[in-house]
Design a binder for this molecule. Structure first.
Ligand code: MLT
Length: 428
């Protein structure tokens, strides 16, 4: 017999079904709560609210588990590639050899952007944050591909939007950077793989040869895999809710980019480097900053430690730490800020205060370190996250549309003034 729960309000009993997920997660299905009882639930920040049933990503924060479509993140990061993971997330299965060849070639053929995109780019002051530029360029695709606005377009039209999104994202991202530093943009070199192409567009300078370092391209590919999806986080929920109004895939993802921008979400790795810089400028006395972090009355908080959903460790952090070590070793980087990061990491992993509170370095801590070592400026860190998260946003948008989910429309508990008569201005 399937499980139910009983809710008693003012002595009256109501029964609600329990929904069980494939990984033994349970939810009380309250879809008809308001109709049955007149009550709603209140869950500011949705920490206890399942917004959907999803078959894409499973995470168990207590056990430190993360799976994409059933595959452990450790295996995917070790053995797969970002484009293969993108296919898996979006279509639900790993591609065959033939499917992958077509997928990669479809995406590679869509890396160029319309020349008029450059005019839009030139309209931005060079002081613009690249995330604002990226979300605007992404949304501008609705103008170049107006057929994408049709909510009832056939599946091959949606497929075209998907490969265009994945193909053009690195071009937009690198161009946003080039614009910020005042350099001419580079066109995509389609002989290269996804990450190498992006690195070349970012770092090649006119008249100079640019050789992509495979250690760096490999680390970047891993980083993108680790960021590719993370179930119903802030930006993904944004993409789903914008898409639920039948807005186009480009505008839904553009909204996701904006949601990712904030320091509590994608901006967290930038905050890590800002914190490390502040420690360096203050003389680099780590013990002093550790003491500040432990002092309850001190507002200072260590950025990049602990995680909202992972209560033991962030499985992505273990993998990325290895990639960070490889990159630092390979590049032979000597950077006082990164030395501070390494000392902080050592302390956090051994000091009982941090160990007991499960304040281990998370994915943002190491991704900030890698990006800094690669010479990627802080303002671009969130753009890198967006590049990684793109397949997840696409997969979640598609799932929501294929499930024909209703428009997202939360309720509220009104806490304002009750009815009162209007007072004309001369009497106020
Ligand atoms: C993410 O990957 O989106 C972040 O870890 C935030 C989250 O999942 O809540």
């Amino acid at each position: 017999m399937s499980k139910t729960v009983e809710l008693i309000i003012d002595g009256k009993s109501y029964t609600f079904p329990v929904v069980e997920g494939t990984e033994n997660e349970f939810a009380i299905d309250i879809s008809d709560l308001r109709d049955k009882t007149g009550y709603i639930t209140l869950d500011v920040g949705y920490k206890n609210t399942g917004a959907t049933k999803s078959a894409i990503t499973f995470l168990d924060g207590d056990k430190g588990v993360l799976h994409y479509r059933g595959y452990p993140i450790e295996e995917l990061a070790e053995r797969s590639s970002f484009l293969e993971v993108a296919y898996l997330l979006i279509f639900g299965e790993l591609p065959t050899k033939e499917q992958f060849t077509k997928w990669e070639s479809d995406i590679t053929r869509r890396t160029m952007v319309h020349e008029d995109i450059k005019k839009i780019l030139d309209g931005f002051p060079s002081t613009s944050h690249p995330m604002g530029v990226l979300s605007s360029l992404f949304c501008a695709q609705t103008a170049f591909y107006p057929e994408s606005l049709n909510p009832n377009r056939p599946a091959d039209g949606v497929y075209l939007s998907i490969i265009r999104s994945l193909g053009k994202m690195p071009t937009f991202a690198a161009w946003a950077y080039k614009h910020a530093v005042g350099h001419p943009v580079n066109y995509p070199d389609n002989k290269l793989d996804y990450c190498s192409r992006f690195l070349k567009m970012m770092f090649a300078l006119p008249g100079q040869d640019y050789e992509v370092n495979p250690v760096i391209a490999n680390a970047l590919d891993k980083l993108l895999i680790l960021h590719a999806d993370h179930e119903q986080n802030c930006s993904t929920s944004t993409v789903r809710i914008v898409g639920s109004s039948k807005a186009s895939i480009y505008s839904s993802i553009s909204a996701g980019i904006n949601a990712l921008w904030g320091p509590l979400h994608g901006g967290a790795n930038q905050e890590v480097i800002v914190m490390l810089e502040n420690i360096r400028k203050d003389g680099g006395n780590i013990d002093k900053w550790i003491a500040k972090a432990k002092d309850k009355n001190d507002p200072f908080r260590l950025m990049g430690f602990g995680h909202r959903v992972y209560k033991n460790f962030d499985p992505r952090a273990r993998i990325i730490k290895q990639a960070a070590d490889n990159v630092l070793k390979d590049l032979g980087v000597h950077d006082p800020v990164l030395e501070i990061a390494q000392k902080l990491e050592e302390i956090a992993l051994s000091d009982p205060y941090f160990v007991e509170r499960k304040l281990y370095p998370n994915v943002d801590f190491y991704s900030g370190i890698i990006y800094r070592a690669l010479g990627i400026p802080e303002d671009m860190f969130t753009v890198m996250f967006a590049m990684g998260r793109l397949p997840g946003w696409i997969a979640q948008w598609l799932e929501m549309r294929n499930n024909n989910e209703p428009i997202g429309r939360p309720r509220q508990i009104f806490s304002g003034k009750v009815t009162r008569p209007y007072v004309p201005i001369q009497n106020r």
